[in-house]
Design a protein around this ligand. Structure first.
Ligand SMILES: Cc1ncc(COP(=O)(O)O)c(C=O)c1O
Length: 386
């Protein structure tokens, strides 16, 4: 590749940051399962001294992820939550964050129950409404933390509008892009400073690891994140980095199937008389369908829906599925079904859940890459019982 012929997206997914191993020619990057590295002499290392600071297998993953997101730097973590935590550690006591009101329950739990003890303050607003974001900014505000699409209601936020607010007030714009993946959305292109992923989900893609990543174009943010990571040590194991790299190779292919099948499943659910409402950004009925269409090149594989029979009907469906797995996670090759109110978002207080529209009857579906007819047939037999 020459600078005149930059790799296209699908090529970057498979190849960027990955070269044959210089020692053996191995096409697959080796797993450097080492804690430390022997120095040639005092002050002279080969770029590595201790794996908390850096590891060659991790570096390959970081370079690959940065290239896929279109960013200059990547930092990988031991979980999505440690990636979120590290971004928030860019702030100091007394700082204020405006955050999407429908973030993953683990994120709001971390903000409210841990980080608030260290002097950070949070205001949750519907970031799909830029005016409400603008009104929530205070003199102490330092960061906008946006999840798009959100977990579990699939709300979509206009990132260009967020970047304009962030620029106006000198704020960091951080985007949790776990649901979208860089295949469908690259927030840095819209002016985000930080993109964060739970690599546990689509990026690794096979329910094989817990991991996280942050990508940025800003050298100052990268330097600070590296310093924080080296100091605290929320690092992934070299083996988990390698598993993630193996999963990433097929990201573009998997995501195309996830999105194609999710569209069909969403349309099926929307036409079902036992389903009261369906949230999927690819449906024209989705309140932010136009924004999703403008800023995403596909709508990914997550759906949430509510049954006319409420909680009881929802439980019947979740207990009645045979192919779909009743599971906490999402974004893998297997179709998984979740009850946010008792599983992923159980620690969000009941009144907050109701206020957010996260009702007890809400079902979240992560559409896998099995044959879509089998997925629909499984839902059909479970819905019959509801
Ligand atoms: C949108 C989103 N962000 C962050 C996380 C946290 O990631 P992890 O479970 O890898 O710590 C999750 C987990 O479900 C998530 O759905």
């Amino acid at each position: 590749m020459t600078p005149d012929s930059p790799m296209k997206f699908d090529t970057r997914v498979v190849r960027a940051g990955i070269s044959p191993d210089p020692t053996t020619g191995s096409i697959v990057p080796p797993i450097y399962a080492t804690a430390t590295y022997v120095l040639e002499e005092v002050g002279k290392d080969k770029g590595f001294d201790y794996t908390r600071a850096a590891n060659p297998t991790r570096q390959v993953l970081e370079a690959n992820l940065a290239a896929i997101e279109g960013g200059a730097h990547g930092v990988c973590y031991s979980s999505g939550m440690s990636a979120v935590d590290s971004c928030l550690k860019l702030l100091s006591a007394g700082d204020h964050v405006v955050c999407s009101d429908d973030v993953y329950g683990g994120t709001s739990r971390h903000f409210n129950k841990v980080l608030s003890r260290y002097g950070l303050a949070f205001t949750y607003v519907d970031t799909s409404q830029p005016e409400t974001v603008r009104q929530a900014v205070r003199p102490q505000t330092r960061m906008l933390w946006v999840e798009t699409p959100t977990n579990p209601l699939l709300k979509v936020t206009d990132l260009e509008a967020m970047a304009a607010i962030a620029k106006e007030h000198g704020l960091y714009l951080g985007v949790d892009s776990t649901f979208a993946t860089p295949v469908f959305l690259r927030p840095l292109e819209f002016g985000a400073d930080i993109v964060m992923h739970s690599t546990t989900k689509y990026l690794s893609g096979h329910n094989q690891i817990i991991g996280g990543a942050v990508i940025t174009n800003r050298d100052d943010i990268f330097d600070e994140l590296k310093f924080i990571q080296k100091t605290i040590g929320a690092v992934p194991s070299p083996f988990d980095c390698w598993l993630t790299l193996m999963g990433l190779k097929t990201l573009h292919l998997r995501m195309a199937r996830h999105a194609e099948s999710a569209q069909k499943v969403a349309e099926y659910l929307e036409s079902h008389d036992k389903v009261a409402r369906v949230a999927y950004p690819g449906l024209p009925s989705h309140p932010q369908h136009a924004i999703a269409k403008a800023q995403m090149s596909g709508f990914s594989g997550m759906i949430s829906f509510e049954l006319t029979g409420g909680l009881e009907a929802g439980k019947t469906v979740m207990n009645g599925v045979k192919l779909c797995g009743l599971a906490e996670s999402l974004g893998a090759v297997e179709t998984m079904i979740t009850h946010p109110a008792t599983m992923t978002h159980a620690e969000v207080p009941a009144e907050d859940r109701q206020a957010r529209g996260l009702t007890d009857g809400l079902v979240r579906l992560s559409v896998g890459i099995e044959d879509v007819d089998d997925i629909i047939a499984d839902l059909e037999q479970a819905l019959e019982k509801a």
